[in-house]
Design a protein around this ligand. Structure first.
Ligand code: 0X9
Ligand code: ZN
Ligand code: ZN
Length: 305
């Protein structure tokens, strides 16, 4: 059965997507953006009050990397909180009245399923190509942003394999196509990973500072202090290349260069004690504190449309 404080497997998340959408038709609509390599439907939940005029939007994805289980848990939490606080929390109400939030609960579904069934530490997609016995590419090295130039591997057996070409991974292509199609309205791109407690922004494919570096840093620092206010969890903010490591082909850099100014990668708890194996007892506190950071960024974006 589904639980917000457990790591739900893919089948459970899939049924949750269908039931939450059908029982909240006033605030949620569903959209399939394509199938994964293994044929699973990638469904985006569009949260927001229905409007007759076009609304600006925030795009939020979770589970780019299969083993980062706290990430899909956060997207599920976000949807729950949005629904349960709409109408009582002034900020959430205003956000969903004025904007839409597109939530992709699990980006790399095939990989996520594989971590539940076969290998808990799997990171990549599950695509195959004749000529190599190694499976999958790193979806966060497969976007068309300095593709495979830095911090990525062209060896199909590597955990950071960039793929055979940009967007060779169908999951990456499906998301990139969706964002390209909706780029006129998408004002922020938020992607959730773990772990290290970082709030990263472009660039990671280059050491150059982004054109909006100081604003991106200011918003990240505001979001980090909002997060810290709940339980004291400390985050470091900065450009990917110098704050974690240089690595090309990431979704954040790609979205930013497409024109989505507020582009952030979260690396959630912890700093290495449990790493990817974060205990289920930490799902609730991690999600509650992360909500504050995401809402901080959303409020800033809303105010600066
Ligand atoms: O290496 C990554 O893809 C991310 N770290 S993780 O441990 N979750 O794998 C960091 C991504 C930062 N952004 C880019 N490299 N573009
Ligand atoms: Zn990751
Ligand atoms: Zn809550």
């Amino acid at each position: 059965a589904h639980s917000y404080t457990r790591y739900n497997n893919w089948n459970t998340v899939q049924s949750w997507i269908n039931s939450i959408a059908s029982s909240n038709a006033n605030l949620i609509s569903k959209q399939v953006i394509g199938n994964t390599y293994e044929g699973r439907p990638m469904t985006i939940l569009k949260l927001g009050k229905k409007s007759s005029v076009a609304k600006n939007a925030i795009f939020l994805d979770c589970g780019i990397h299969a083993r980062e289980w706290i990430s899909p848990a956060f997207c599920q939490w976000f949807v729950k909180e949005a629904l349960s606080t709409y109408g009582s929390d002034a900020q959430m109400t205003s956000l969903l009245n004025q904007m839409d939030v597109y939530v992709l609960p699990v980006f790399n579904i095939d990989g996520y399923d594989y971590t539940h069934k076969s290998n808990r530490m799997w990171r990549k997609t599950r695509s195959r190509k004749s000529g190599s016995n190694c499976v999958g590419a790193d979806p966060n090295r497969n976007f068309n942003a300095g593709w495979c130039t830095l911090g990525a591997s062209s060896n199909p057996c590597s955990d950071t394999f960039c793929g055979y070409s940009p967007e060779s991974e169908i999951e990456v292509k499906n998301v990139a196509d969706f964002i390209r199609r909706n780029k006129a309205v998408i004002k922020a791109y938020l992607t959730i990973h773990s772990y290290s407690q970082l709030l990263l922004f472009p660039y990671s494919y280059s050491y150059s500072l982004a054109a909006h570096h100081s604003e991106l840093l200011k918003v990240a620092e505001g979001a980090s202090s909002a997060l810290r206010s709940l339980y004291g969890t400390r985050y470091t903010s900065g450009p990917g290349a110098t704050t974690i490591y240089p690595a090309a082909g990431g979704s954040d850099d790609w979205a930013y260069d497409l024109g989505v100014k507020y582009s952030y990668t979260f690396e959630l708890r912890d700093t290495g004690r449990y790493g990817f194996l974060l205990p289920e007892s930490q799902i609730k506190p991690t999600c509650e504190e992360t909500m504050l950071a995401v809402k901080y960024i959303a409020a800033y974006v809303q105010k600066n449309l």
